[in-house]
Design a protein around this ligand. Structure first.
Ligand SMILES: NC(=O)c1ccc[n+]([C@@H]2O[C@H](COP(=O)([O-])OP(=O)(O)OC[C@H]3O[C@@H](n4cnc5c(N)ncnc54)[C@H](OP(=O)(O)O)[C@@H]3O)[C@@H](O)[C@H]2O)c1
Length: 273
């Protein structure tokens, strides 16, 4: 379990990845530059973007302007659905790198398991990895059966599966499969896009610990060994979200939060891809 904002998780290829990061989905270019710079100033060292978010330039600009050495920051991007397939993915990667104005990525993910395409996409990621253009490769929104299928032909095992994960969607099957295969689970929409903040149990625990419901959820992620990337464009929330390393939920409280699960998604269901 990570014990501070810059603490890392060791992925199955030996690469160390900060276990807590900033998401930038739906942030405009201007918001992205501001939020990434703010997060870096407050000690974040991990940024999660994607070609789909159309703000990779903003991430790159913020990294340059932060003055923090490139190698101290962990940058993730993803290949979007329409960009999948072997040649298209290689091209999409180059475009992302160009927009980010970086010469390598730390992590590149297959954004969704597009049926009939994700294996060719994965071969392209394997090439990018063996060519040294990206330090680690992984997937996103893969169910256990997608992973099983991918692993049949994969030469390189995914290091990460980034899935929607929060107290209303605890992803037991995917989590167990990933743990068994040493594929690190990473939570997207950890706050269910801000829709869990009035859940009575979370409010109660927040009162008990002098924290906010958002902090209780993010602490629950950390104690579950799930990498988490809450998004905010507001400085006070960027600071608040990361201020979770000075308290611990009890085993019973962890279980109570697990029990809030209702298999309820805020985003699409990967079974439909
Ligand atoms: N792989 C995928 O398919 C996928 C899909 C979705 C997201 N993601 C990644 O996961 C990241 C996080 O997910 P997300 O952006 O969908 O949702 P989220 O992090 O669960 O929630 C973000 C929302 O909560 C608000 N918020 C943040 N901190 C808060 C706090 N302390 N108190 C109250 N409200 C707070 C934010 O508003 P403000 O910005 O106004 O503070 C924003 O509206 C994304 O940014 C993206 O990088 C990946």
């Amino acid at each position: 379990m990570i014990t501070n904002l810059q603490d890392t998780v060791t992925l199955n290829n030996g690469v160390k990845m900060p276990g807590f990061g900033l998401g930038v989905y739906k942030a405009s270019m201007e918001e992205t530059v501001h939020s990434v710079k703010t997060a870096l100033q407050h000690g974040y060292r991990h940024i999660d973007t994607a070609s789909y978010y159309q703000n990779e330039e903003g991430v790159g600009k913020a990294i340059k302007e932060s003055g923090i050495p490139r190698e101290e920051i962990f940058v993730t991007s993803k290949v979007w659905n329409e960009q999948q397939g072997y040649e298209n993915t290689l091209k999409a990667f180059d475009e992302s790198l160009q927009k980010l104005d970086l010469d390598y990525l730390d992590l590149y993910l297959v954004h969704w398991p597009v049926s009939g395409k994700y294996k060719d996409t994965w071969r392209a990621l394997e090439k990018l990895y063996t060519d040294g253009k990206v330090r680690a490769i992984g997937v996103s929104n893969f169910q256990a059966y997608h992973l099983e299928d991918l692993l049949k032909d994969a030469k390189v095992k995914p290091v990460i599966n980034q899935v929607e994960y929060h107290p209303h969607l605890t992803q037991l099957e995917v989590k167990e499969f990933c743990e068994k295969e040493d594929i690190q689970l990473e939570a997207w929409s950890p706050l269910k896009k801000g829709r869990l903040l009035d859940v009575p149990l979370l409010v109660q625990l927040a009162e008990k610990y002098g924290k906010t419901p958002a902090q209780i959820i993010l602490r629950w992620d950390v104690q579950n060994n799930v990498i988490t990337i809450p998004k905010s464009v507001k400085e006070e929330r960027i600071v608040e979200n990361a201020d979770i390393f000075d308290f611990a939920l009890t085993d019973e409280e962890m279980q109570q939060i697990n029990d809030l699960n209702m298999d309820d998604r805020s985003g699409p269901n990967p079974d439909d891809f």
